[in-house]
Design a protein around this ligand. Structure first.
Ligand code: SAM
Ligand code: DTB
Ligand code: SF4
Length: 330
């Protein structure tokens, strides 16, 4: 049974090093200790999003200076995916600034991208906004392994951050993803002015999903000029460590990704997060619309920490044979 919110609050508030030590024990009991899963991101449709998420550079509601880009070509996706694979990525994540996917050409173009990336032998992930159950099934059939759809914060704080959709809308898409047979990638953002209790509430909501997400991105806000959160003060590093550690204890088998915002952490701060159970990162010079840490800096850091062993694939490498559509034909 998932821990209660009160139990998670007690864990989160333990003396920091006790918390890290416990989380490290849970991590090492369930995961290879010397490896970090590497994901690479590509924005396949950029900007002009009708949602009003107050952290996001891509919302049409804010005055951020971002060049919009329509859905990119399959060739571009393939070039980027090949380059990601060559530089050691295990998973390729495609993000689109949509409220929801449109059936027909739009869905089919993304499905073709998913199949092509999957055929390269990469795990596939997409984040495209809300999905209907039928769209989730279509993407799974095309070879989509993970769908990223974040809860972002606690249910109580959510309305302060987004007004164009509800927490219940998010949960509905997550249920559709799960019912279609895909793995769920679901996490949140820290440093949006939320209280400690909201960070605990987020972990509680994630851990009580049944089953919990296989992948949990923990983003630290990257402040974007022109958005309502442009001046949000950076969250103290120990709150990031506490969130990672509590998430690790609450979801022992998940990949916990130290996602956006690593540039605002020192190497020492990141090292503590890895010790506390973070075991996945975005590798590559760009996230979706903002800069990531330099790839070479990350390679050096992972080597220094003894975390450079390749991650064990959590799915067979013969991906074409793995797809439900192909299985049906056998
Ligand atoms: N439109 C899709 C959606 O909202 O699900 C996918 C794209 S959206 C960019 C994916 C996630 O990135 C958000 O849920 C949020 O957690 C994270 N994110 C977006 N902007 C961010 C920022 N400025 N700093 C940190 N994380 C951010
Ligand atoms: C997630 O939780 N973090 C990634 C991914 N899912 C799609 C996105 C981070 C975006 C950071 C801001 C940007 O580059 O636009
Ligand atoms: Fe749109 Fe996603 Fe950005 Fe929200 S987070 S504005 S839904 S791209």
């Amino acid at each position: 049974m998932a821990a209660t919110r009160e139990e998670l609050a007690a864990i989160y508030r333990r003396p920091l090093l006790d918390l890290v030590l416990d989380a490290a024990g849970v991590h090492r009991a369930h995961h290879a200790a010397h490896t970090v899963q590497r994901s690479t991101l590509l924005s396949i449709k950029t900007g002009g999003c009708p949602e009003d998420c107050s952290y996001c550079s891509q919302s049409a509601h804010h005055g951020s200076e971002l060049e919009r880009e329509e859905l990119v070509s399959l060739d571009r996706v393939l070039d980027e995916a090949r380059a990601a694979k060559a530089s050691g990525a295990d998973r390729f994540c495609m993000g689109a600034a949509w409220r929801e996917v449109r059936d027909g050409e739009e869905l089919e173009r993304v499905a073709a991208m998913v199949t092509a990336v999957s055929d390269l032998g990469l795990e596939t992930c997409a984040t495209l906004g809300m999905l209907t159950p039928a769209q989730a099934r279509r993407l799974h059939e095309a070879g989509l392994d993970y769908y990223n759809h974040n809860l972002d914060t606690s249910p109580e704080f959510y309305g302060e951050i987004v007004s164009t959709r509800t927490y219940a809308d998010r949960l509905e898409t997550i249920a559709a993803v799960r019912d279609a047979g895909m793995k769920v990638c679901c996490g949140g953002i820290l440093g949006m002015g939320e209280r400690t209790d909201d960070r605990i509430g987020l972990i509680h909501e994630l851990a009580r999903l049944d089953p919990p997400p296989e992948s949990v991105p923990i983003n630290a806000l990257v402040p974007i000029e022109g958005t309502p959160l442009q001046d949000a003060p950076p969250l103290p590093w120990d709150e990031v460590v506490r969130t990672v550690a509590t998430a690790r204890i609450a979801m022992p088998t998940a990949w916990i990704r130290l996602a956006a915002g690593r540039r605002s952490l020192t190497e020492e701060g990141q090292a503590l997060c890895f010790l506390a159970g973070a075991n996945s990162i975005f590798l590559g010079d760009r996230l979706l619309t903002t800069a990531n840490r330099e790839r070479s800096e990350d390679e050096t850091l992972l080597a220094k920490l003894g975390l450079a062993e390749p991650a064990p694939a959590d799915k067979a490498t013969d991906r074409a044979a793995d797809r439900p559509a192909d299985r049906l034909e056998v």
